[in-house]
Design a protein around this ligand. Structure first.
Ligand SMILES: Nc1ncnc2c1ncn2[C@@H]1O[C@H](COP(=O)(O)OP(=O)(O)OP(=O)(O)O)[C@@H](O)[C@H]1O
Ligand SMILES: [Mg+2]
Length: 329
């Protein structure tokens, strides 16, 4: 760890929610790195801690949530030591987040140009109004919004859901940040529009060297889009590595189950696999491996804490009894 090439390095992040009965960890022992221009997927079921991880990195976590341990380095700068003012400066400039609901970003009563120009001038006070406007128009054009000059004067409600989400992506990219965290930005959209937006965003990030963390519960989405994935379960990474490797040969029983439940990965007509049971609530996590109560391979040893370990070729795994490395279909 600690190479200059990494845009983001997260080491052993722990994020807790303070409750009347004490702090409970929503994210634990989470380490991840994203290189320049790299596209990384953060995948897991609902409640696995994906959004909490993204918000922790961006410094956007609200009470009662707080980062309790770990390091978050953006271009080597320690974000946990940064002041609120410094974080505001970094957000929208060096790092940006795209939310599932575009109205988390957009103000419904302001025209798009007002909002976008403000986003430019906030980080570039010397820029002329005309240059700022041009940058906004170009950004809209870049994310596939037709007639961007006219659309600039529209209000958020005058855009379709897909177009509105494109506007927030354009805003995230306005100041050419080093890192964008996209938290399921396309799950509310129909499948064709999802695919379009994904591939456009992939191209833009590749061209500009922007690092992208794409958060999703849908493994089929990350298959075509990402370089590497981190699979999260109950607040921790259980498996990580190159996306094709993991999809071909998942080693963690949880990843294996997730892949088995994808329709396209199965023979038509065959019943889809469903992982038995449910994700435990964060205040009732099982001891040791948190997947243990649902795991077909679990043994008594799994009641002890399980560390993430290297299993070669850039892969890491948190499991005592993994699935075989050569899957026989
Ligand atoms: N404000 C909060 N107070 C208490 N617990 C919270 C709060 N926000 C999130 N949590 C808990 O933290 C855990 C992780 O939540 P998170 O929103 O990160 O999940 P997620 O993986 O993004 O799920 P989804 O796919 O549904 O968006 C969940 O168990 C959730 O209940
Ligand atoms: Mg979420």
């Amino acid at each position: 760890m600690g190479t200059a090439q990494n845009v983001l390095e997260v080491e052993q992040l722990e994020t807790v929610f303070d409750t009347p009965r004490g702090p409970v960890a929503a994210v634990r022992d989470l380490s991840l790195t994203v290189g320049r221009g790299e596209i990384v997927g953060l995948v897991g079921e609902s409640g696995s801690g994906k959004s909490v991880t993204g918000l922790s990195i961006m410094g956007l976590l609200d009470r009662p949530g707080r980062v309790a341990a770990g390091r978050i380095l953006l271009g080597g700068e320690d974000l946990r030591a940064a002041s609120a003012a410094r974080l505001r400066q970094l957000r929208g400039n060096r790092m940006a987040m795209v939310f599932q609901d575009p109205m988390m970003t957009l103000n419904p009563v302001l025209r798009i140009d007002t909002q976008m120009i403000e986003a430019v001038t906030a980080h570039d006070p010397g820029i002329s109004r005309r240059a700022a406007r041009e940058r906004c128009r170009d950004a809209l054009g870049m994310v596939g919004i037709p007639s961007p000059d006219e659309r600039l004067t529209a209000y958020p409600h005058q855009f379709s859901g897909g177009m509105r989400q494109r506007v927030t992506i354009a805003i995230a990219m306005l100041n050419q940040p080093d890192l964008i965290i996209a938290d399921e930005p396309t799950t509310a959209l129909d499948v064709t529009i999802q695919a379009q937006i994904l591939s456009e965003m992939q191209n833009l990030c590749r061209e500009r060297g922007t690092a992208l963390i794409w958060i999703t519960h849908d493994l089929t989405v990350v298959a075509g889009l990402t370089d590497r994935i981190y699979v999260m379960y109950a607040g921790s990474v259980v498996e990580q590595g190159p996306v094709d490797d993991i999809l071909d040969t998942p080693r963690h029983p949880y990843t294996h189950g997730l892949i088995g439940s994808i329709p396209s990965a199965n023979i038509p007509g065959q019943r889809l696999y469903q992982i038995p049971g449910m994700t435990p609530p964060i205040d009732r996590m099982p001891r040791g491996c948190r997947f243990r109560p649902r795991c077909p391979n679990a043994q008594p040893l799994c009641q002890e804490p399980v560390a993430l370990r290297e299993i070669g070729a850039g892969r890491q795994l948190r499991c005592n009894f993994p699935m075989p490395s050569q899957d026989t279909p």
